[in-house]
Write a protein that binds this ligand. Structure first.
Ligand SMILES: [Zn+2]
Length: 383
């Protein structure tokens, strides 16, 4: 199953953001699948041709940030259920900022920081307010909260449907940390989905398989904090998340400047359970290293069945990615397909349901890796 969300289709320029996020990426993936299906033996309704749109009613009902009432109490009844679910993941004070309890200016400043829209001198960078037709703060409701629910629903579909596979055409905000956002990620939809499912008794052991170009420091921090009890909501008995990450060995967020920030008091980039750093020029070794990592995460599970894998299927390792900070990893389209098929078959052979998120991917050709993977799945099933 493919899960899409119309809320993710809005143009970033409408908020004044000039980062090369391709808003049409989900639609181009769907167009490609429709085109390839027309040219093959795939029957209508075959998987993953079934496309579902998610119900976004829960965040549409959210109130506007309350700049005139900055000191509302945390028990204010207008706070939606999603806020309370988020307390299992993020620091309460940070959530209060995002949900407008500290005023609209604080929310706007947080978005400016997380989307890196100001340079070191405070001058706008990749941000042109004159081109915005929506307030920047609206992003929180239209994009961030929508992704939380999307990833959660994708995981539910993976658990509940016979297919045990759902690809969500958004999500994967793996840089969001416990008390702050980072790298275009305000909240961590991956840990949100996992923690909510565990609290609801829908899953116990969950694996994160993160193959975005950038290391997901937010996810590793959150999982470590929860596991160690630093987060006030520790894991329920027998619940856990194991993390695997294959990422650029150098560059953001592992570059000197970012790590220097860590030395100044911010949390360092904590390791995943299975770390697979890929040096520039090691693309030919990528799948062999990933395969070994998958075997390791299975061994680390010590015989406990993994109930769900959440895959952070970034397209930014692709050689034609448009973001400068992903330039140290250049997988070809074929290598991206091998990567995805390796994960897919590994999980399928073990009857592990999987929810996939689109994660990073920038520029004109960012739709190609996921589209190629999903079309290949269609071909396999048709054949
Ligand atoms: Zn990335």
């Amino acid at each position: 199953m493919i899960l899409c969300d119309p809320a993710q289709g809005s143009s970033w320029i409408d908020y004044g953001i000039m980062i090369p996020f391709p808003p049409e990426r989900p639609q181009r993936i769907l167009n490609f699948l429709a085109e390839t299906a027309k040219n093959s033996a795939v029957k209508a309704g075959s998987v993953p041709g079934a496309v579902h749109q998610i119900d976004n009613s829960c965040w549409q009902r959210l109130p506007s940030p309350c700049s005139d009432q900055p000191e509302k109490t945390r028990n204010t009844p207008h706070l939606p259920p999603i806020y309370h679910h988020l307390l299992r993941v993020h620091a309460q004070d940070y959530l209060d900022t995002l949900f407008g309890l500290h005023g609209e200016a604080a929310l706007e400043q947080t978005i400016l920081n997380v989307y890196e829209l100001l340079d070191d001198t405070g001058t706008p960078h990749r941000y042109d307010k004159t081109r915005a037709v929506n307030p920047l703060t609206a992003l929180f409701r239209t994009v961030t909260l929508a992704r939380l629910e999307g990833t959660y629903h994708a995981a539910q579909y993976a658990l509940e449907t016979d297919e045990h596979f759902c690809f969500y055409l958004a999500g994967g905000n793996h840089h969001a940390r416990y008390a702050t956002g980072a790298g275009f990620c305000l909240l961590n939809d991956l840990v949100y989905a996992a923690r909510r499912l565990q609290a609801e008794g829908q899953a116990r052991l969950i694996w994160f398989i993160d193959v975005d170009a950038h290391k997901g420091c937010g996810s590793t921090e959150l999982v470590t904090y929860i596991r160690n009890g630093t987060n006030p909501y520790p894991f329920e008995k027998h619940c856990n998340i194991l993390t695997l990450s294959a990422h650029m060995a150098r560059g953001w967020p592992l570059d000197e400047k970012t790590l220097a920030h860590a030395a100044l008091g911010k949390a360092p980039c904590l390791p995943s359970d299975i770390e697979i750093p890929i040096e520039a020029g090691e693309e030919d070794l990528y799948c062999a290293k990933l395969s070994a990592g998958l075997m390791q995460i299975e061994a680390m599970s010590a015989g406990q069945q993994c109930d769900l894998a959440i895959v952070v299927d970034g397209s930014d390792p692709y050689e034609y990615d448009g973001l400068a900070s992903s330039a140290l990893l250049k997988l070809t389209r074929k290598q991206c397909l091998e990567r995805d098929m390796l994960i897919y078959h590994f999980l399928r052979e073990r009857n592990i349901p999987s929810a996939w998120t689109l994660a990073g991917g920038y520029g004109e050709r960012a739709w190609e890796p996921a589209a190629t993977f999903l079309a290949a799945l269609n071909d396999n099933r048709a054949g």
